[in-house]
Design a protein around this ligand. Structure first.
Ligand SMILES: O=C[C@H](O)[C@H](O)[C@H](O)COP(=O)(O)O
Length: 233
């Protein structure tokens, strides 16, 4: 196994790729390994196309020589491979640490199969230690923030909510032109209830709870790569 667990998980997922596949390309440091390894195969003759989940991944994929397409040209994808910030035993995820959650969720939802690649540090008994990213429209930010707080409380959670900032102190703007609120909740006992509550808030574009999207995961740790399938729960 590679001495880099992220790369080992990426290499395991690469084994699922077949010629002719339309692929969703995730975002983040783990997904970047997948893109790089896929690029090596493409240069060796593998025929696939990819839909990137962020402008950062678009750049990496172009550099790696992977032919790109869009969901307009390819509205159904065969396989998406993406990282996660947290993953629980039912393959529920927190994503969006890299601010790409909106496009990541659209791409995952357009895929027949979503495979998560991660190091074992991402596995948790309960979601919530990682601050939950919530993508919101810039208009009405304070009002949306208040409504988000209420939705969070109704779902039995509490914690601090902060606007994600760029290093220059201005609000970070996502690839799709929105802000991100990071909700430090500590624990999310009922992710489904929180997901439903957040989705109902006007101004919330999307949130980083990915429920029912990942069908399997490759999780790499010191003793090797573990394969988890949702059907096994
Ligand atoms: O917005 C970013 C994504 O959801 C990433 O997939 C997630 O943050 C995991 O990134 P990394 O592999 O760098 O830990």
């Amino acid at each position: 196994m590679s001495d880099n667990p992220k790369r080992a998980a990426a290499a395991a997922a690469l084994e699922l790729v077949r010629p002719g596949m339309k692929l969703g390309l995730g975002t983040g440091s783990t997904a970047a390994h997948f893109v790089e390894l896929l690029g090596v195969k493409v240069k060796a003759g593998l025929n696939v196309v990819g839909v990137p989940t962020s402008e950062a991944t678009r750049g990496l994929a172009k550099h790696a020589g992977i032919p790109l397409t869009t969901l307009e040209e390819a509205p159904e994808l065969d396989l998406t491979v993406d990282g996660a910030d947290e993953i629980d035993s039912r393959l529920r995820l927190i994503k969006g640490g890299g601010a790409a959650l909106l496009r990541e969720k659209i791409v995952a939802n357009a895929s027949k199969r979503m495979v998560v690649i991660a190091d074992s540090g991402k596995k948790v008994a309960m979601l919530g230690a990682f601050p939950l990213p919530i993508e919101v429209i810039q208009f009405g930010l304070e009002a949306t923030k208040r409504a988000v707080v209420k939705a969070i409380e109704r779902a039995g959670c509490q914690g601090e909510i902060r606007l994600r900032l760029r290093p220059d102190g201005h609000g970070l703007v996502t690839d799709s032109g929105h802000f991100i609120l990071d909700a430090s909740l500590g624990r999310i006992p009922d992710p489904e209830a929180l997901a439903d509550g957040l989705a109902a808030v006007p101004g919330v574009v999307e949130h980083g709870l990915f429920i029912g999207l990942a069908s399997e995961a490759f999780i790499a740790g010191p003793s090797g790569v573990e394969h988890i399938a949702r059907s096994s729960f």
